[in-house]
Ligand binder design. Structure first.
Ligand code: NAP
Length: 322
């Protein structure tokens, strides 16, 4: 069976952290692709900031596709849809997949760029609920007789380094206080966003065939897997501030999650779920890693990323540092 690569790419969720970085990377390599485009979801607010970003993408050579997730025509002519959607939009992926399949798309990058969902208790965690539903949906459609050629790519990396030290994970970089669910020896796998995106773009051009399920791919890219102790040592060296750290029994996050659910506070529920996943070691990426497929990418060290964050006003703001 002939091998193929992905050449006509549509990014759904282009204004998010990952989406924007993916669009910028596609623009920088546009000569490699037949068609690169971003999806403007017309049901979402059209802010000035968003319009400015869309201008930037169009000026860079991307096509703008405007519509809604159930419009099949918007997806016509693409061979791959990337879906870097935020927490509140991940649930729309089955709709996007169905519309795009009707339009002829046969490959999807789902909203992953995180942990291996099959590790420990990840599969049943609240934070991963809509990611799991999406995978199950793809796998179901992939069993349909008329879409046996349906393929997908899951990019796994653990945690993005820049995200590891934000309030969501209990770290207050203004007052140098941290509340961590887990232990000082607890590890997580960290990869910076620019390397995660560089690897993702490489995989688009990584040939595959539909023989032996070669069109249903999982890539595990590993940066490093530091302990909380190592992370705080780095933070303290870089900022010159001692962090007051309290380690909580990870299982108490179960009650935090239940309380957030009772309050109907989805963001708090996702935060508690994430802390539970983290504390139970769910973001530690299991081997084997496949970095060796793309040896020209050398993931930046955690220390170097943290140094860069504390020198960049926008990144400092992102992690809540003054
Ligand atoms: N492993 C990690 O540490 C890590 C860290 C970050 C992200 N990720 C993963 O990467 C993926 C993308 O995350 P991200 O942080 O880049 O996403 P994000 O910035 O939160 O959002 C991305 C996109 O989602 C759309 N969106 C947000 N809320 C929406 C809603 N209520 N309805 C419809 N659309 C909505 C936004 O569209 P509009 O422009 O229309 O608002 C935006 O284009 C997710 O799977 C996430 O889990 C992993």
């Amino acid at each position: 069976m002939a091998s193929q690569t992905l050449n006509a790419i549509l990014v759904v969720g282009p204004t998010g952290a990952i989406g924007k970085a993916l669009c910028e990377a596609l623009i920088s390599q546009k000569a490699e692709f037949k068609r690169i485009a971003f999806f403007n979801d017309t049901s979402r607010p059209a802010t000035e900031e968003k319009q400015a970003l869309f201008d930037e993408f169009r000026n860079g050579g991307m096509e703008q596709v405007s519509g809604q997730y159930n419009d099949t025509t918007s997806f016509a002519g693409f061979d791959c849809v990337l879906m870097p959607l935020g927490n509140h939009a991940i649930k729309y992926q089955p709709t996007i997949i169905d519309s795009a399949i009707t339009a002829g798309v046969r490959h999807f990058y789902t909203s992953e760029w995180g942990a291996d969902l099959s590790v420990g208790s990840n599969w049943t965690q609240r934070y991963y609920q809509d990611k799991v539903i999406t995978r199950e949906h793809l796998e179901k459609r992939g069993r349909d007789a008329d879409t046996l050629d349906l393929g997908w790519t899951y990019i796994q990396l653990g945690r993005l380094t820049e995200w590891s030290i934000i309030k969501h994970f209990g770290i207050d970089n203004t007052n140098h206080v941290a509340n961590i669910y887990g232990t000082p020896e607890g590890r997580q796998s960290l990869l910076p966003i620019k390397d995660a995106v560089a690897y993702t773009i490489k995989t688009l051009k990584h040939p595959f065939s539909t023989a032996n399920n070669g069109h249903r791919r999982t890539y595990r890219f590993h940066g490093s897997s530091p302990t909380w102790n190592e992370i705080f040592n780095d933070l303290e060296t870089i900022t010159g501030h001692k962090y007051a750290i309290t380690y909580h029994d990870v299982e108490t996050a179960v009650e935090r999650e239940a309380r957030a659910k009772r309050l109907n506070d989805v963001d708090l529920e996702l935060e508690a779920s994430h802390q539970l996943i983290q504390g139970r070691g769910g973001t530690l990426l299991p081997e084997p890693y496949v970095n060796g497929l793309f040896p020209d990418i050398h993931p930046e060290s955690v220390h170097s990323v943290f140094e860069r964050i504390f020198q960049d006003p926008e990144l400092k703001k992102f992690i809540g540092a003054p």
